[in-house]
Every structure is written in C-alpha cells, then in structure tokens.
Design a protein around this ligand. Structure first.
Ligand SMILES: [Zn+2]
Ligand SMILES: [Zn+2]
Length: 144
C-alpha cells in the first residue's frame, strides 16, 4: 500500500489538487483492488469520518479521468475500481461468489486479441473476462 506522500505525488503528477478525500479514496482503491463504490466509501469513512457516497463517486470519477484509477464493469456487477492501470490486464471472475482476480494481458499490449475481420474499425482495446469458479468455490462444489 503506497504511503500518503506517494499518493500525494500521484495526484500532483496527474495535475489534481491534493485533498484529503482524494488521498483517502486513492488509498482505498490501492488497498482493495476491484472494490465497488460501497466498499470504497466504507473504507474512506473508516479513515476520514463521514463522507457522502456522492463525494466518493465524484472523486472516483476525477481519479478515473486522470488515469490514476481504472474503472471496470464486470458483466452482471456494479462498476469496480482498481489502481492497476495502463497495462491492459484482464480479469477472472468467479461465477459463484463474484471474486475478481487479475490476469496479465495474453499478448502484452492492447488490444491483446486480434479479430479476424476488423470491418474497417480501428481497434484499440479488447475486453476479455474469464469466467469460472475461484479456488474457494470450486473446493466447496467438490466437497458437497
Ligand atoms: Zn468464488
Ligand atoms: Zn484488475
């Protein structure tokens, strides 16, 4: 987990003014990869006291726009946030409990997969989600 000074440096590097809510939200996203807004808000409140969900949402929007945070939308889930940005990694999602894990990009750079026919589109990203059961859920399934 990055120290406060490091988080402040990231904010300044992205030309964002350093505020306590921004530092707290960025810290929460680093601590809880793939957390949703509710979980991030709970974590921020634990450190800062009362903060509105809307304030957290606004900060997440600013951090996402600045490229410090990546917003992902696993199908069937609310938006999740993570601090691992810029590497085009993909996600494993557990069908049973919804746990999310990172998997490195298969090719190393976007769009990772090459479509057979681009239909003339300029493709810069392919969204890949690997579905299955996490180790905990597959163990449960086997033992019942
Ligand atoms: Zn699971
Ligand atoms: Zn991820």
């Amino acid at each position: 987990m990055p120290a406060t000074a490091e988080l402040e440096r990231m904010l300044r590097g992205a030309s964002l003014r350093v505020t306590r809510p921004r530092v707290a939200v960025l810290s929460a996203v680093h601590d809880h990869p793939h957390a949703d807004t509710n979980a991030i808000t709970a974590s921020v409140r634990a450190g800062l006291g009362e903060v509105s969900q809307q304030a957290v949402y606004d900060v997440l929007g600013a951090l996402t726009a600045a490229g410090l945070v990546r917003r992902i939308y696993p199908p069937g889930s609310v938006a999740r946030y993570e601090a691992r940005v810029g590497d085009n990694h993909h996600h494993l999602v557990c069908r049973s409990c919804g746990a999310i894990a990172d998997v490195d990009c298969a090719v190393g750079s976007a769009p990772c997969l090459a479509a057979d026919d681009h239909h003339g589109y300029t493709v810069d990203e392919a969204e890949v989600v690997f579905w299955g059961l996490c180790p905990a859920c597959s163990t449960t399934t086997r033992s019942t």
